[in-house]
Design a protein around this ligand. Structure first.
Ligand SMILES: [Zn+2]
Ligand SMILES: [Zn+2]
Length: 284
């Protein structure tokens, strides 16, 4: 399979070096100031999976064991679990940084059908939701400055996605996204940015909805994603990123988030598990 996305080719956005079994996140793929973005780290598994399985990835699951060092060669080791699944560990000096798997088959749904439908129903906004979107004022947490250059949500990330969801109902957060041709891979949105786009975007409502207190912050712990249909670059309408927080249990917060086409096609569904930490720990 000709897997040719930007993050797998030589250049400024390269993340994976298949010849040397190395993963290396350039500085602009940061989350906190000194470590990698969890969504990018998860998105890597779509690329690695497609490479080793020689077909498209339908589902993946990734666990972040420790902050991902930037501009550092990390080794990856893959192991074929069965015909459809490859497990991959990414580490440095014998320590695991990421573990997880990618599969060409959907193993089990990452969220209930009801939740997926609820997110999908909000692809187009009602007048009231549009007003709420337009007048939304962000509630910032203590980590605001640390994530200013986060690849996914950072307003100051020059090479980043700068995706900030806004509240449109009491529970649902929403944003349109026109990724631009930089992220196109043979007519579709490349997997890595498609999956990364559903990372910290799912956490932007934690303060406004009271899932995090004013002295708390959080880090991505695990991330499950299923790729339901390839996001085609076939309209000027762009995509919709829609999220809803499921619940907080102790120090874990679960969120459901999806990437949809402008007319409702389901492209990627994600479930993120966030670990509540102090702002000092979240800084990396
Ligand atoms: Zn790739
Ligand atoms: Zn972010």
């Amino acid at each position: 399979m000709n897997h040719s996305c930007l993050t797998c080719q030589p250049g400024a956005d390269r993340v994976i070096d298949y010849e040397n079994n190395a993963v290396n996140l350039p500085e602009h793929f940061r989350g906190p100031p000194t470590s990698g973005n969890g969504g990018v780290a998860t998105g890597l598994y779509a690329c690695l999976g497609a490479h080793f399985l020689e077909t498209n990835v339908a589902q993946l699951q990734v666990k972040l064991h420790q902050p991902v060092p930037l501009s550092t060669d990390l080794e990856f080791h893959e192991e074929q679990v069965d015909n459809e699944t490859v497990s991959v560990t990414v580490g440095i000096s014998g320590e695991t940084v990421l573990s997880g798997w990618a599969s060409s088959k959907t193993k089990e749904p990452v969220m209930s059908e009801d939740t997926a439908l609820e997110l999908q129903r909000h692809v187009a906004l009602s007048e009231e939701q549009k007003n709420r979107f337009d007048s939304y004022e962000e509630v910032f947490g203590p980590s605001k400055d640390h994530f200013a250059e986060c690849f996914v949500c950072g307003p100051e990330s020059r090479l980043g996605l700068r995706l900030r969801l806004r509240q449109i109902t009491d529970q649902i957060f929403w944003q349109t996204w026109n990724p631009g041709r930089r992220w196109e891979d043979q007519g579709v949105l490349a997997s890595l940015p498609a999956i990364a786009a559903l990372d910290c975007t799912s956490a932007l409502g934690f303060y406004v909805n009271g899932f995090l207190g004013e002295h708390e912050s959080c880090l991505l712990g695990t991330y499950d994603a299923s790729v339901t249909s390839l996001p085609l670059f076939d309209s000027e309408e762009g995509f919709r990123v829609i999220s809803k927080t499921r619940e907080r249990v102790g120090r874990k917060i679960y969120t459901d988030v999806g990437l949809f086409g402008a007319t409702g096609e389901v492209h990627v569904l994600g479930k993120a598990t966030w670990i509540v930490v102090s702002p000092e720990v979240a800084k990396g």
